[in-house]
Every structure is written in C-alpha cells, then in structure tokens.
Write a protein that binds this ligand. Structure first.
Ligand code: FCB
Length: 463
C-alpha cells in the first residue's frame, strides 16, 4: 500500500537557531547555542547561526516556498531568547511579532502552524543560573509556555513542548557535544528530569491559555534499539531504558522505569525527583511526535576487546550513554547518509508499531525524518538528489506499512525544508529539500522538493 490516509498532515520542519539568523536583532538575548558556536573549536569550520538561512528577514519568501510545495503544515520552533531574552520577565514585543507574522502568514496560505517551544536554544542567563539541571528552569519554561499560549494560542494548530529532550540532556550535559557543552552525568540526569517536569508544566500552561482545539505534543528521538544476538538482551534493555523509557515513562505513564533508577544508582540517587513530579510530567497528549533517522545496534561488551561506540552522536569527551559502560554501540551495515547514519527504514515501521502496542490510543506523527547528502549542483543548475528521494521514499513506505498494521500515524514532516545550521556540524551537512547557497542565500528547489510536492498533492508515492 502506498496511499496515505485522507487527512494525513504533510509538512516540513525547521528550528529557530538553525534557520533564523538575526541573532542580535530586535532585542533577542543570547542562547546557549550562541555561546557554543562562538566558542572556537566547538563547531565544524567555526560556523555559527549568526546568519543561518537569514530566515528572519526572508520569511515571506520561505512562506511562499511552503505554499508552492503545497504542504498542509509547517513545523518551526520559537526562539525562547527572542521572545523572552533572559528567560524570565516580560515579552520582547519585536521578537514575538516575528512569530505572530509567521503564524498569520501560514494561516493565510492555509498551512497549519506546528510550533515547538524548545528546540535547544536555552536563554544563556538561565544556563548561567544552573541550566536544566536546576529545577527552576522547568518553572521558567512553563512561564514562557504560558506567554506563548496567551500570544499565539488562538492560532497555533499543534504545540510541541520539547524537541528531543534526549539531546538536550545527554548531548548537552553528559557528552558535551552540544550546548552547553557540559560533561557531568549526574547533572544530565537532573536535566532529564527537569525537562520531563517542564514538559508537563508547559502542557498545563498551554491547556489553560491556548484554543481548546489546539493539539498538545512533544517530540522524542526514540531509539529503535536492537541487539546483535539474543545474548544482548540486557544491553538492549539498558539502552532502551535510558533513551526511550526515561521519557515515555514519566510523560505517558507517570513514573520512571525502576530499571533505569537501578541502572544509574552509582551516578545519582534521583533525589531531584520530588513527590508529585512524575504525575505532573504525565499530562494527556493529543499526539506523540516521533523523530527517526536510523536504528541503534548494541552488544554486551566482553570487557576486553576494543569497545565500539558507533552510536552516531559524535565521540565527545565522555559518553552520552550514562551507566552503559558494558554496552557497545555497533557500527551497522550501510548504505549511509552523509552523517554516517545507516539507512534502514525497517526501524521506523518497527518503532511505530511498538509505540502503537505500548501506548494504544495515542496518535503518532513523524515530526522529523530526512537525510544529509553531499548534493551537487549540475551545470544546468539542477540538484539531482536521487539518494534523498530514495531515502524519503523508503521511509514513507515504512510509514504506510506501519499504518496498514494498525499504527495511528497522522502526519509526516520532512527534515528539513532547507539546508541549515546542523549544530556542531555547521553548514557542512545539508538536509534540505531546498538548497541554500551560503554566499547568496539563494533558495533552489532540489529534485526532492519537486518529488515531495507530488507526494503531498496526490497523497501517494509516485512509482
Ligand atoms: C535532529 C534535530 C534537528 C536536526 C536533525 C538532523 O536531532 O532535532 O534539529 O538537526 O536531527
């Protein structure tokens, strides 16, 4: 089956720091990603998001691109320090006006606004006060959510509280390959908890301010963890607890998994979890956002051979996999994307079916899926990115298979609308279906954009 359900929501996704630029304009405060990218040696080529895709100034053109693609939805993120420069206090009007214009521009084109509140750009002032390991950050986040609900809640279709809290907690505070570049495992687990708590508080704040029809969601980069053999079952369990159930447990079931608490006992006693926190984190959601790029393969380490750490998240000073010293992350067979991630769409259908099984009744939405390749502009100006089309086709086929097997999948967002700032990789990795020329900022549709337009228009995969 390659036909999608009738009301399937087709979209593309971006995030504020990756596309906006205008980092110091109209009262925007610094975020941890400004600090990170301005620190020599942390981002490839010394790239920063200062200009990014200059989306802040080219928003009308980008809105027209979305309309021409024919998508029904656009997933963007709000830069917290643009609308609340220090992470507390009153709203910065010019910053808020930008998002208000963006939302209105989407609605005028019949495109549903899907707004992510936190795609990693914590106001630097809040990091200086302790960051996510500090409980107060969750309270600040809920206040920010309330402000956004008040200002945009009458117009936003779907709210996504957090994007990939896995990355915020473990890459930001354990392995340090993301901002704020800290390598403190105990603090990373406290960050994880305050992200879960902040999510629940934010949903509460949004429910009381946004339109009753607004959908509430969170986007997780769940790991589809497989073992090399049956002997690796405990390695699978451990990695699954830390990467998946650490979020699904509190957010959807109101409790941390007991095995996670036991696995990490040598790192923390979890005393930062107060009575009632897990219930607060667990707010009814309308849809769960799933980001998927590739599966994860693990093996129980024998303790003597060279330990493999090919988890796809860059080798930092320390591991993002807290208390997984006995787990090996095994390099998977190709083909690979430019990120070195293997292409295996079977992980997506299996993951969707697992969620369907474990959390029946909760609709799912693919909020990110896509691939970086070293695109070539041909002499005729065309970008024949066949490998990206092939990647998208494979993964969309996997989505239809999951739907046929019963999973309730409501939509799909390509990562990304356009080439952008790929975090610590800078601009070297291109994920867009639209190319952005780094010298001129000119946007050019790749073949994949034309292909996606046809998919959206017909609700089918072209043969
Ligand atoms: C995800 C992020 C997104 C983008 C893609 C490639 O982890 O949410 O911003 O960088 O990976």
């Amino acid at each position: 089956m390659t036909t999608f359900p009738e009301n399937f929501l087709w979209g593309t996704a971006t995030a504020a720091y990756q596309v906006e630029g205008a980092w110091n304009e109209d009262g925007r405060g610094p975020s941890i990603w400004d600090t990170f990218s301005h620190t020599p040696g942390l981002v490839a080529n010394g790239d920063t998001g200062d200009l990014a895709c200059d989306h802040y100034h080219r928003v009308e053109e980008d809105l027209d691109t979305l309309a021409a693609l024919g998508v029904g939805a656009y997933r963007f993120s709000i830069s917290w320090p643009r609308v609340q420069p220090g992470g507390s206090g009153p709203v910065n009007r010019p910053g808020l006006d930008f998002y208000s214009r963006l939302v209105d521009g989407l609605l005028a084109r019949d495109i549903a606004p899907v707004a992510t509140l936190y795609h990693w750009d914590l106001p630097q002032e809040l990091e200086d006060a302790g960051g996510w390991p500090h409980r107060d950050t969750a309270t600040r986040f809920a206040e920010y959510a309330r402000l956004m609900g008040d200002a945009l809640g009458d117009r936003v279709h779907t709210w996504i509280t957090l994007n990939e809290p896995w990355c915020s907690a473990y890459l930001g505070y354990a392995s340090g390959v993301h901002a704020p570049a800290r390598t403190e495992p105990a603090a990373a687990l406290a960050a994880l908890h305050h992200l879960n708590l902040g999510h629940g508080l934010a949903v509460q704040a949004l429910r009381s301010t946004a339109a009753a029809s607004a959908q509430m969601s969170v986007t997780l980069n769940l790991h589809h963890v497989r073992g090399v053999s049956e002997r690796d079952a405990d390695a699978v369990r451990r990695a699954d607890a830390l990467s998946n159930r650490a979020f699904l447990g509190p957010m959807l079931e109101g409790a941390y998994p007991r095995d996670l608490i036991a696995d990490t006992a040598s790192v923390t006693d979890w005393s930062f979890v107060r009575d009632g926190d897990e219930a607060t984190a667990c707010r009814p959601l309308d849809v769960l956002g799933v980001n998927y790029y590739n599966p994860t393969l693990v093996r129980q380490w024998d303790g003597s051979s060279r330990r493999e750490t090919a988890d796809g998240h860059q080798d930092g000073a320390s591991s993002p996999w807290i208390a997984c010293e006995d787990v090996e992350f095994v390099r998977q067979p190709g083909p690979y994307t430019e990120m070195g991630w293997n292409i295996d769409e079977s992980g997506l259908s299996e993951l969707l079916l697992r969620l369907h099984r474990d959390h029946p009744g909760l609709p799912l939405m693919i909020t990110e899926n896509g691939a970086a390749f070293a695109d070539v502009v041909d002499a005729d100006g065309r970008i024949r990115d066949e490998r990206r089309i092939d990647y998208l086709r494979r993964h969309l086929t996997a989505v239809t298979e999951a739907i046929a097997a019963g999973a309730d999948v409501r939509g799909y967002f390509v990562w990304s609308l356009m080439d952008n700032f790929e975090w610590a990789h800078g601009y070297a990795k291109r994920f867009g279906i639209v190319r952005v020329d780094r010298d001129t900022m000119r946007r050019t549709w790749k073949d994949s954009a034309h292909w996606y337009r046809e998919v959206v228009a017909t609700g089918k995969l072209p043969s």
